[in-house]
Design a protein around this ligand. Structure first.
Ligand code: PGA
Length: 254
């Protein structure tokens, strides 16, 4: 019922020409991809070239960040409306690297979520605990707190355009992937929180992605879990063959 979403977060990697070449590689490889949703999140300056390279494919292009305002005196920022006009269909909010590098949290992220919806974008809202928080048995309270801060007040209709990405900070870019069971446990808890906060139908429909060192070799085990509806992939999305391998790993499992 929930369609899998495989999303590639390119972070601050590649010049615009590299991004366009990677997009062309993905378009070629994924032409006969299984029936899943696919999205890529290039650096801002690469977005126009990637949008052009993916024209005519069903691969969605997204922004890695946005500012809460539509326009104005916000030097260095980019709005959801600008992303939408550039051909984007999605945006990441609350990625752990923005939380740690830029100190983003709380109400500011809620504003970004609402700005993405206002601009007509899908919002992939990221959450996840640090190793210290996991060791202190605080995983679920941290994750629920981040989600409550970022999503509370949204209506069930607005939530149809929200995707949650659970990304344990200790697994991002470290090569340490959560075990399928560890990830499934948190995903199930997130789904039950959505059900308690809104309703059972919203919880059943909500897509929850796992992120953190997903690779072709570990994707099938993660994606076969009942509450895991896709992956947000960093490092392994920078190579067309390995991202393709992740997309096809799920097909074998399905
Ligand atoms: P990683 O990054 O796959 O390189 O661990 C995931 C992410 O940060 O979204």
């Amino acid at each position: 019922m929930r369609r899998l979403l495989l999303a590639g977060n390119w972070k601050m990697n590649g010049l615009p020409a590299d991004g366009a070449a990677l997009a062309r590689g993905l378009a070629q490889r994924l032409i006969d991809a299984p029936a899943v949703d696919i999205a890529v999140f290039p650096p801002f300056l690469s977005i126009p070239g990637v949008v052009a390279a993916l024209k005519g494919t069903s691969i969605v292009v997204g922004g890695q960040d946005l500012h809460p305002a539509a326009s104005g005196a916000h030097t260095g920022n980019t709005s959801g409306e600008m992303l939408k006009a550039a051909g984007c269909g999605s945006v990441l909010v609350g990625h752990s690297e923005r939380r740690s590098d830029e100190g983003e949290a709380g109400e500011f992220l809620a504003q970004k979520t609402r700005a993405g919806l206002r601009a007509g974008l899908q919002v992939i809202f990221c959450c996840g605990e640090t190793l210290e928080e996991r060791d202190a048995n605080r995983t679920l309270s941290v994750v629920r707190g981040q989600l409550a801060d970022g999503l509370s007040g949204l209506t069930p209709t607005e939530l149809e355009r929200i995707v949650i990405a659970y990304e344990p900070v200790w697994a991002i870019g470290t090569g340490k992937v959560a075990s399928p069971q560890q990830a499934q446990d948190v995903h199930a808890a997130i789904r039950s929180w959505v059900g308690q906060t809104w309703d059972a139908g919203t919880a059943r429909a909500m897509r929850i992605l796992y992120g953190g060192s997903v690779k072709p070799g570990n994707a099938a085990g993660i994606l076969s879990q009942p509450d895991i509806d896709g992956a947000l992939v960093g490092g392994a999305s920078l190579d067309a063959a390995s991202f393709d391998g992740i997309v096809r790993a799920q097909a074998q499992e399905a």
